[in-house]
Design a protein around this ligand. Structure first.
Ligand SMILES: Nc1ncnc2c1ncn2[C@@H]1O[C@H](COP(=O)(O)OP(=O)(O)OP(=O)(O)O)[C@@H](O)[C@H]1O
Length: 227
């Protein structure tokens, strides 16, 4: 077993009633590595991501994160681990509450984790905005006052506020204008270099996958076909 092993998924099965969406999928991912899940629509990419995040409990199989088996933990046992595995979804406007200013959305994980101090909390939020390439003044805005690319950057800042080790990136640039995709992918690459994050990267665009991922696991009808 690699010392850097971050995520180990074995024989994963995800069902929705009679539908088996994921049928015995296995892969592993090291810290600092990007593993792409690729394949046609409906092959089980998002279901795999949700099961890794334990947002959809698998019907069978194992998800070990930082050496801990997640599948048999209760919701309350999972809670303290959740900050370390964070999702970034396709629709950035769906991730951030429309009612809250960006700075409050980024401050929330810090507050929930008891890492908010009035003295330096606002500066930490400004630092996170700056880290994702947004002027800290954007903290005053609400999601609908940002472009799609800016909003996705704000979502990434919120994920970073939790102090993650793994980001589960489910089509993170698919809803963005082609002209801003490269900027967000470059940001993710920089963050990975700086922070040693592991990325489980879901993307249907083969050109993006080839460019961005270290390894690719190809799925078809819920099974691994290569990787
Ligand atoms: N909530 C659900 N209820 C019932 N079936 C579902 C549900 N979510 C997904 N499925 C089914 O599970 C299978 C896998 O879907 P999933 O969304 O994981 O695939 P995907 O590869 O991410 O597809 P896409 O690229 O279109 O997002 C499909 O047959 C889909 O119809």
């Amino acid at each position: 077993m690699s010392d850097d092993l971050l995520l180990d998924v074995r024989d994963l099965v995800v069902r929705y009633g009679p539908v088996t969406a994921v049928d015995g999928v296995s892969f592993s991912l090291d810290a600092g590595e990007t593993l792409a899940l690729s394949g046609p629509s409906g092959c089980g990419k998002s279901s795999t991501a949700l099961a890794v995040l334990q947002l959809r409990r698998p019907a069978a199989g194992h998800v070990r994160f930082e050496g801990r088996e997640l599948t048999n933990l209760s919701d309350s046992e999972l809670r303290p681990l959740r900050p370390r595995l964070q999702p970034v979804f396709q629709d950035p406007y769906g991730t951030l509450s429309p009612r809250h200013r960006i700075r409050d959305a980024i401050a929330e994980p810090l507050k929930v984790q008891g890492r908010w101090h009035p003295g330096d909390g606002p500066a930490r939020v400004a630092e996170l905005l700056d880290r994702v390439g947004l002027d800290p003044a954007y903290g005053d805005r609400r999601p609908h006052e940002l472009s799609g690319g800016q909003c996705q950057r704000a979502g990434i800042a919120r994920a970073l506020a939790s102090g993650p080790r793994l980001l589960v990136l489910d089509e993170p640039v698919s809803s963005l204008d082609p002209s801003v995709r490269a900027g967000v992918l470059n940001l993710l690459a920089d963050l990975q270099d700086d922070l040693g994050l592991g990325y489980l990267f879901i993307c249907h665009d083969r050109a993006v996958v080839r460019h961005f991922a270290d390894r690719v696991v190809e799925l078809r009808e819920g099974r691994v076909t290569s990787g």
